[in-house]
Design a protein around this ligand. Structure first.
Ligand code: NAG
Length: 284
């Protein structure tokens, strides 16, 4: 119970933080490099005029520590934990002396799958658009876990924005039509990453409820749908502690539904988390 509360409070805090600064900051950090957009019709992410922290790939290195002893740190060296906060500029894989297990371990593995995809989509899209096999390899976790399967029109205020699915974001990257598509790419990456964390951990938010329903994951459980993609990416039969979790860890999880039975604080978490996505969408 105490653990649930901790996870829950962290999710609320992160969601509120994300609403206030992080999510919008991510979109505002970048533009498509105008020269290369014009000359090559490719969107290579570059620092926007207001960006003071750079525009560089995560360049993760799994050799920093043995399996189980890697964590994610942000640009200031703060360890990142399971929250809906999107990964951002300067997040890196780092060594820890504390062994990571369960959700904490899977959060790191999610980063190890999404960070290389982010790097390629943002800084080397040609490596993906030039090879359907590469695209399939780096998006395999999304495909296997039924993440970003379709393109959705999301109503926001008086406008509608497009949240691209995997096939359509690929087409967009292949031909941006000389338009700055960086928000569409970021939204795909950030929502896809949240959905992946949803199925790998017990993160609580509305997107997670949707994903768990889609994948038939019992409340409080996780899925191993991502395991084959992880193994293919790193060519290893990585150890995992989640195999039994799909059916086992049914600790009555924090309420993630919008049913009237949700407590005040959980309702706040749901709406805060929904607002994160809203802010992401608004960037378009
Ligand atoms: C890192 O620290 C700076 C200076 O305190 C702060 O402005 C920035 O928001 C921090 N970045 C993150 C991701 O926490």
């Amino acid at each position: 119970m105490a653990r649930q509360h901790t996870v829950f409070t962290a999710a609320v805090a992160a969601a509120l933080l994300a609403v206030g600064t992080i999510a919008s900051a991510n979109g505002l950090l970048y533009v498509c490099d105008t020269t290369r957009l014009a000359s090559n019709n490719q969107c290579i992410f570059a620092a926007s005029s207001t960006n003071t922290i750079g525009a560089t790939p995560h360049n993760i290195n799994r050799a920093v520590a043995a399996d189980g002893f890697r964590i994610v740190r942000d640009i200031n060296g703060t360890q990142l934990t399971v929250t809906p906060k999107p990964w951002s500029q300067g997040d890196v894989l780092a060594a820890s002396t504390t062994q990571q297990t369960g959700d904490a371990l899977n959060y790191v593995k999610a980063f190890e799958m999404v960070a290389p995809l982010r790097d390629k989509m943002m800084y080397d899209p040609a490596s993906l658009t030039g090879s359907a096999a590469e695209w399939a390899k780096y998006t395999k976790a999304f495909a296997d876990c039924s993440i970003k399967t379709t393109t959705e029109q999301v109503t926001h205020g008086s406008g509608t924005v497009t949240a691209y699915g995997t096939a359509d974001v690929y087409a967009l990257m292949a031909n941006p039509n000389n338009q700055d598509i960086h928000n569409g790419v970021l939204q795909y990456l950030e929502e896809g990453a949240i959905d992946l964390v949803c199925v790998m951990t017990q993160l609580s938010m509305d997107r997670c409820t949707t994903m768990r329903t889609t994948l038939n994951i019992p409340t409080g459980g996780t899925s191993t749908c991502w395991q084959a993609a992880y193994d293919a990416l790193y060519n290893s039969a990585a150890t995992t502690t989640t195999t039994a979790a799909t059916t086992a860890t049914t600790t009555t999880a924090p309420a993630t539904t919008t049913t009237p039975s949700t407590t005040t604080s959980s309702a706040a978490a749901v709406s805060a988390a929904a607002a994160v996505v809203g802010v992401l969408a608004m960037l378009l």
